[in-house]
Design a protein around this ligand. Structure first.
Ligand code: ZN
Length: 256
């Protein structure tokens, strides 16, 4: 029976948005199984998969007479969705009915997983695993490696260079919300003397203070069409002088 693949590549952020929109009401797995492709290796796909490679993989699995294939193929450039995540795939004999299958491009019996292109695959795989663990409501330590399937002949998959404890720890970290910040944005407006017009919670992201655009808008009168966390400098910078005081974790914004 012919079946289709999704056949799209996502960045890690776009993949999270895509997964957010999926309904698991027809089929919901219990955990995730991690694989490496072995063939092809990273050496054989130095630039990752092309759309043609992905179509060829689809043809390969159809040719085997399988009813599906692994759900994701992760490479250096992102996350390819093949078997729809909303139905069961084929990747691990004991667990096809109950698990998502994620293939990582590479032969991690010999290719490094912590440097070069292998590290890029690892980062994308950790992000994909975290997104799917959150979607499925799974703890990171429920992830299984293909070689743990008692029925598989792939007794080394995903390769000895992929350490399970390290993968689980990285996924656990990736699942945590960013640490709450206790920074504050203190806004002073002309004509209000020493009284701040507002004190607003702020977060540091990449060294730059961010705050709610709606809160900054209501304190300053600068229009904002939707409420999101935006850079304080980009929102106020043309009309306010900004000063960060590290000891008190406060950004002072003074109307020019
Ligand atoms: Zn495998």
């Amino acid at each position: 029976m012919a079946w289709d693949i999704v056949g799209r590549r996502f960045s890690d952020d776009d993949f999270a948005t895509y997964v957010d929109g999926l309904s698991l009401s027809r089929w919901k797995p219990d955990f995730i199984v991690l694989h490496n492709t072995a063939v092809p290796s990273l050496a054989q796909r130095p630039n990752g998969f092309t759309p043609q490679h992905i179509q060829n993989l689809h043809g390969f699995y159809l040719g085997k007479g399988w009813s599906g294939c692994p759900h994701l193929f992760v490479d250096q450039n992102g996350i390819w969705v093949l078997n729809p995540l909303t139905r069961k795939g084929v990747h691990s004999p004991s667990w096809n009915a109950v698990a998502w299958g994620i293939e990582m491009l590479g032969e991690y019996g010999s290719e490094p997983f912590d440097t070069g292109p292998g590290a890029m695959v690892r980062a994308n795989a950790v992000s994909a695993l975290a997104t799917l663990c959150k979607k499925g409501g799974f703890a990171a330590d429920t992830i299984r490696f293909h070689k743990e399937d008692p029925k598989t002949t792939h007794t080394t998959c995903p390769g000895k260079n992929v350490r399970k404890d390290q993968v689980i720890e990285a996924v656990r970290k990736a699942m945590q919300p960013p640490a709450a910040s206790d920074a504050k944005l203190v806004i002073y407006r002309q004509g209000m003397g020493d009284q701040p017009a507002a004190v607003i919670p702020a977060e540091l992201r990449g060294g730059a203070a961010h705050a709610s655009s709606a809160a900054m808008s209501s304190a300053t009168g600068i229009p904002s069409d939707e409420d999101r966390m935006v850079s304080v400098r980009s929102f106020l910078g043309s009309r306010y002088s900004l000063k960060w005081v590290a000891e008190s974790r406060k950004v002072f914004a003074v109307e020019k």
